[in-house]
Design a protein around this ligand. Structure first.
Ligand code: ATP
Ligand code: LTN
Length: 330
């Protein structure tokens, strides 16, 4: 069995950035890569690397699972599960910590960024988080890992750890490849378009949550920060706001950036933003309709139970082989 694997943290309701950079991409890949099984999980143990309210964490965990399904994943080749329900992730995570060097983890930009933003104490789990992420992937010998731009560095570390293990012991782990989308792998904040749109961002105005009301979504798009030039064309350095909106437009409609420029030639930002507001609202409305069906359906738990059983079966077998290879246990 060959796997494509990915996860989303339930640190909040996923954003338009998560949707375009991750969820929508999984659906597209599932259609293109029929011979692969898709292992998709809710990374709840990753979420607690920053403080979480228990009630909210539980709700967000279910919501992320329902949003995966609402985005249109095909149940036929999908194993959907909650990370904490497959205990082997943590065990292999510890083994990965025994392989990863302090210096390697210190170089991770997500850790450095979050460390700067954190007001309370920075936890050791935030530091060792990439080792757990490596375990998530290597436990299943995933061949491909679709992620947004911000995760490429963690993927590189995962590849290094797999290779290090294979050289030290024996050829044991598949070295995974990242898969990123050409357009949309880094959607920026609508109010400060030089920062990534983040679900744990402090200012909700710049961030579209997949469960925002439709009027709120339109309002946020229309209020997005742009520039004074009033000409629609792509230049991420000089026009980060408009370029970000064009990226959103392109990743939903499939139109190229050139085609969008041509379409809005001679028109102002008002027309462009009005159209984009409608496009985004229509896309998210479809997801929301399905979301409200899934979140209240007993089938959601059935799918997660089946996912847990199937993922555990692979994980247990891999970990037993690993322990035996490393001389752990009797
Ligand atoms: P947090 O804000 O709590 O760090 P996050 O949204 O960055 O959360 P995840 O929920 O784990 O992190 O992200 C899930 C997936 O969405 C990952 O593949 C990530 O690369 C992708 N992603 C996150 N933000 C964006 C964005 N702004 N644009 C495109 N892809 C994104
Ligand atoms: N680290 C990722 C979420 C994540 C993940 C994974 C993605 C955890 N484990 C395994 C792909 C594969 C993030 O912060 N976005």
């Amino acid at each position: 069995m060959k796997f494509v694997l990915s996860g989303v943290k339930p640190t909040g309701i996923p954003t338009l950035g998560n949707y375009l950079g991750a969820l929508k991409n999984f659906v597209r890949l599932q259609n293109e890569m029929k011979e692969f099984e898709f292992l998709i999980f809710v990374a709840d143990l990753h979420a607690i690397t920053t403080p979480q309210d228990p009630q909210e964490l539980k709700e967000h965990t279910r919501s992320v699972a329902a949003l995966y399904l609402a985005s249109g994943l095909d149940l036929d080749n999908l194993t959907l599960f909650i990370q904490s329900e497959v205990h082997e992730h943590v065990e292999l995570g510890y083994v990965m910590q025994s392989l990863a060097y302090m210096g390697e983890l210190e170089r991770m930009t997500q850790y450095k960024d979050k460390m700067q933003k954190q007001v309370q104490g920075v936890t050791s789990a935030l530091f060792t988080y990439p080792a757990l992420m490596a375990a998530d992937i290597l436990l299943y010998d995933a061949s491909y890992v679709p992620v947004g731009d911000d995760q490429i560095q963690h993927l590189e570390l995962t590849r290094n750890l797999a290779t290090r293990f294979n050289n030290r012991y024996h050829d044991f782990f598949t070295v995974p490849e990242p898969l990123t989308v050409k357009v949309g792998s880094r959607i920026m904040d609508l109010q400060s378009p030089t920062n990534k749109m983040d679900k744990s961002a402090e200012n909700p105005k710049g961030c579209i949550s997949l469960l925002d009301s439709i009027p709120t979504i339109k309002k946020k798009i229309k209020a997005a920060v742009t520039d004074n030039e009033a000409k629609v064309y792509f230049d991420s350095e000089k026009k980060p706001g408009i370029s970000n909106l064009m990226t959103i437009y392109s990743s939903i409609t499939g139109d190229s950036l050139q085609a969008i420029t041509a379409l809005y030639e001679g028109k102002g930002y008002g027309d462009f933003k009005n159209d984009l507001a409608e496009i985004v609202a229509k896309e998210i409305e479809q997801v929301q309709t399905k979301y409200f069906e899934w979140i209240h359906s007993p089938m959601l738990d059935e799918i997660l139970d089946e996912g847990k059983a199937r993922a555990s079966m692979f994980a247990r077998s891999k970990l037993q082989k690993l322990y035996s290879l490393m001389g752990i246990g009797r």
